[in-house]
Design a protein around this ligand. Structure first.
Ligand code: MUC
Ligand code: MG
Length: 366
């Protein structure tokens, strides 16, 4: 069962509501659908979301690296030789979401070929996760209203609040309003996307100390090396590294350097193979993880839940699995459903994904 060819198809689906955060904004999901074909007719599916403000990748660069380097390097490789696949991908530096999508599409093939779901192959812990919704920048009234709607309509009770604005009161007011209006039974945590300095971050966390926040993510840049260590030392809650940890070595550096005390695992950037390694690293070091969101569509979200549900350590917390609700449409023939605040792993072998070919024809850009 050998890899024969790889398609990298650009598509664009508008958002119903623009997501704004400290490092950028997204109003259209301009992603790349990755399809890995085998010599006996199986097709593995995943998607790569270009995030130039986080990893430097663009839709064009993802297509170029997959078509120009990864496809020729992998042609003829067995889908079961995952270490060979990984070695071939890692010969190229960077390009995390392009590598991750190819890796996950090949895991999808392994599942299809063996009649097992990817979740079973990875760890088989459970078949669903609690969902956390990400709230982008807006006024306190609008953000409270969105959270309320997510709770009423989908049963979601965990929210990651985007922060990192100036003045910091803009974000402090939002978090306070969410806690006051929605009560004590919702979980709230914050993600600064490097928007603040270490001292602004410390001041904001002081002002929000009574709000029962559970995690603080990338409040300031990891490149503020000493400032970030100073901030993390005084943090009363786990400090999550997200965009500062696209590789295993980055995880080691951030944790051992004292610049983070928890890790966001994003299958969109480390696929299944490297996410598995990062999870092992974190468990071995006694560090908590959260399943993060790379502003994923439904295919990316199905990948995140497939991985998150596979392990006890990743299924413990709510995973960031609902960004697709803010999109106007998607590519899956059977849309993902969040019910009672939970998202189930897709049934069936592999990742269980069927692309609606009419929708793909409509949204593809090549
Ligand atoms: C997140 O958790 O930061 C926004 C930027 C990025 O790289 O990912 C998203 C969500
Ligand atoms: Mg983040």
């Amino acid at each position: 069962m050998q890899i024969q060819r790889i398609e990298a198809i650009p598509f664009a689906i508008p958002y119903a509501k623009t997501l704004r955060f400290a490092s950028g904004e997204v109003d259209t999901a301009r992603h790349v659908l990755v399809r890995v074909h085998t010599d006996d007719g199986l097709v593995g599916t995943a998607e790569a979301p270009p995030r130039p403000f986080t990893y430097g990748e663009t839709q064009a660069s993802i297509i170029a690296v997959i078509s120009g380097l990864f496809a020729p390097a992998l042609s003829g490789t067995s889908i079961f030789a995952r270490e060979q696949v990984r070695a071939a991908l890692h010969r190229t530096v960077g390009n995390p979401t392009a590598k991750a999508a190819v890796d996950m599409a090949i895991w999808d093939l392994v599942g299809q070929a063996t009649g097992r779901s990817v979740t079973e192959l990875l760890g088989g812990w459970t078949d669903e996760m609690r969902v956390c919704h990400m709230l982008g920048f807006d006024s306190p009234e609008v953000m409270v209203e969105q959270a309320r709607r997510m709770r009423e309509r989908y049963g979601i009770t965990t929210f990651k609040v985007k922060v990192g604005r100036h003045p910091i009161a803009l974000d402090v007011d939002v978090c306070r309003a969410l806690r006051t209006e929605l009560g004590d039974d919702i979980e709230l945590y914050v993600d600064g996307n490097r928007g603040w300095t270490p001292s602004e971050s410390a001041e904001a966390m002081r002002q929000m100390a009574d709000l029962g926040l559970t995690l603080a993510e990338e409040l300031c840049p990891a490149d503020d090396v000493l400032g970030r260590r100073w901030l993390v030392r005084q943090s009363a809650i786990p400090f999550v590294a997200d965009e500062s940890v696209p590789t295993q070595a980055d995880v080691t550096r951030e944790l051992l350097g004292g610049s983070a005390t928890a890790i966001s695992i994003k299958t969109a950037r480390t696929g299944f193979s490297d996410s598995q390694r990062i999870l092992g690293q974190c468990e071995g070091l006694g560090v908590e993880t959260v399943m993060g969101n790379q502003i994923d569509g439904q295919i990316g979200t199905a990948c995140t839940v497939a991985f998150g549900a596979a392990f006890a350590a990743t299924a413990r917390r709510a995973g960031e699995l609902s960004n697709f609700l803010d999109m106007s449409d998607d590519l899956l023939a059977e849309p993902l459903q969040i019910v009672d605040g939970r998202l189930a792993v897709r049934p069936g072998p592999g990742l269980g994904l069927t692309v609606d070919e009419t929708k793909l024809a409509h949204y593809r850009e090549d």
